[in-house]
Design a binder for this molecule. Structure first.
Ligand SMILES: Nc1nc2c(ncn2[C@@H]2O[C@H](COP(=O)(O)OP(=O)(O)OP(=O)(O)O)[C@@H](O)[C@H]2O)c(=O)[nH]1
Ligand SMILES: [Zn+2]
Length: 194
């Protein structure tokens, strides 16, 4: 079974980037930062490209396979790099995601697990919603026996500004099925990822 995701936000289109660059220049000017010098002439363009990159997941196709071997233990991909943008300040929050599941009838290609994290991360987010959306994707697409997602991240809005709690790490989790309800499965998953 192959599921494609055409719902990618096209921010880097020929129309979108120039408009974003003009807006970035106005935004910086309003903050008293002039780009009218050789060093910064291209900076609004770079800023537009940087935000487009942070807010645009790469398109991909997900392939799932029948679980022919009847594999019924945990599959965990640990320490997936995760970059997202907080919806309050539009500043990055970055860290790692751990994703595990116990399959039923279908399994998914391992690289796709990291792509699923990117799909939901590259948009304005809160960490709790991101964590749940990744877990929900597995429930909806694979109907596994259990799913576990743990994300640990540093929020720039909390470390570079505001409270300036440098080094503070936020951990969130979304567990379901046997990974949530059966103590041994829950403990095994958490012992692998935490
Ligand atoms: N729950 C949750 N909160 C987040 C996340 N990212 C940012 N926030 C918080 O969202 C809140 C926004 O609150 P506001 O009071 O409107 O923003 P603010 O005045 O800039 O707050 P300070 O950061 O405390 O200066 C802040 O407390 C942020 O730390 C997230 O992923 N999850
Ligand atoms: Zn924020």
């Amino acid at each position: 079974m192959s599921i494609s995701y055409p719902d990618v936000q096209v921010v880097d289109s020929p129309v979108g980037l120039p408009a974003a660059a003009r807006a970035a220049e106005d935004f910086l000017a309003a903050l008293g930062v002039s780009c009218d010098n050789p060093e910064m002439r291209r900076s609004p363009q770079r800023m537009a490209e940087a935000y487009a990159a942070m807010l645009t997941p790469r398109p991909f196709e997900v392939t799932t396979f029948p679980n022919d071997e009847g594999y019924d233990e945990l599959i965990v991909v640990k320490s997936i790099p995760m970059q997202s943008v907080c919806e309050h300040h539009l500043l990055p929050f970055t860290g790692i995601a751990h994703v595990g599941y116990i399959p039923a009838d279908r399994i998914v290609g391992l690289s796709k697990i990291a792509r699923i994290v990117e799909k939901f991360a590259r948009r304005p987010q809160v960490q709790e919603r991101l964590t749940k959306q990744v877990a929900n994707w597995f429930e909806d697409q694979l109907s596994p026996k259990g799913v576990g997602v743990v994300i640990e991240a540093e929020h720039m809005c909390m470390t570079l500004r505001g409270v300036r709690a440098a080094g503070a790490i936020t951990k969130t989790s979304a567990l379901s099925g046997v990974i949530k309800d059966v103590p041994q499965s829950r403990a095994e998953f958490l012992s692998i990822v935490v």
